[in-house]
Design a protein around this ligand. Structure first.
Ligand SMILES: Nc1nc2c(ncn2[C@@H]2O[C@H](COP(=O)(O)OP(=O)(O)O)[C@@H](O)[C@H]2O)c(=O)[nH]1
Ligand SMILES: [Mg+2]
Length: 207
């Protein structure tokens, strides 16, 4: 049983993959991914989730990574989890498109990965949901991939604006987002609660 606050026994970098042919083994572990536009705060969230272990690279030059970075996280008295840091989409003027090479890699990964139980989809609290974000949400729905929305960088907006900031994400995803800040920090236990719900679902045999 995982308890909050979560105690990690070990976090290891598994590998960076650039194609579906070199993904880590699709094994019995529970995997979840972190996705969103480049610069939205994916790596910062993971660094916080991993208790500030420095192996997650927080980028100064957005949009460079085209790899999926995989980490193994061993939770004390809990299962071994695999976490995937997905490359950001929405580079410059390139829309989220299934024709793009990186887009195809990500969609192939998301569709073929049976151990993947959910995608944490990150949105910048300061921005409106964009066309390519709506497109990606729809694509995830069509492919029956569970989404947990997260509003990042909430430290950048006053608390009185939180409700307004989360409305469009709530509507688009059909679920209220976790209000998150890696700077404050804020919301990390809520992220873990979502992860725990996945672990519990699995141990209940998915019922
Ligand atoms: N104010 C604030 N800045 C953040 C937060 N999370 C990330 N950042 C900054 O946003 C930039 C991109 O973060 P990163 O985690 O690399 O984003 P990624 O491209 O989605 O992996 C970095 O300069 C971070 O320091 C947050 O919660 N609050
Ligand atoms: Mg990153």
């Amino acid at each position: 049983m995982i308890k909050i606050p979560v105690v990690l026994s070990e976090v290891t970098f598994i590998k960076g993959s650039t194609s579906v042919s070199n993904l880590p083994a699709n094994d019995e572990s529970i995997e979840f991914a972190v996705a969103g536009k480049s610069n939205v705060g994916k790596s910062s969230l993971l660094r916080l989730l991993f208790n500030n272990r420095k192996m997650v690279k927080v980028s100064r030059t957005p949009g460079r990574t085209r790899e999926i970075n995989f980490f193994r996280v061993d939770v004390k008295d809990g299962p071994s989890l695999v976490v995937a840091d997905l490359p950001g989409y929405g580079y410059a003027k390139v829309p989220m498109s299934m024709r793009e090479e990186w887009g195809t890699f990500i969609t192939d990964y998301l569709q073929s990965r049976t151990m993947l139980k959910a995608v944490f989809l990150l949105f910048d609290a300061r921005r409106d949901v964009s066309e390519d974000e709506y497109e990606f949400i729809e694509w995830l729905k069509i492919n029956n991939i569970k989404v947990f929305p997260v509003l990042t960088k909430v430290d950048q907006i006053p608390k009185t604006h939180w409700g307004k900031a989360s409305i469009s994400v709530t509507e688009a995803c059909g679920m209220r987002p976790v209000m998150f800040s890696s700077l404050k920090p804020l919301g990390i236990d809520d992220i873990w609660r979502k992860v725990i719900s996945l672990v519990n679902e699995e141990s209940d045999g998915g019922t």
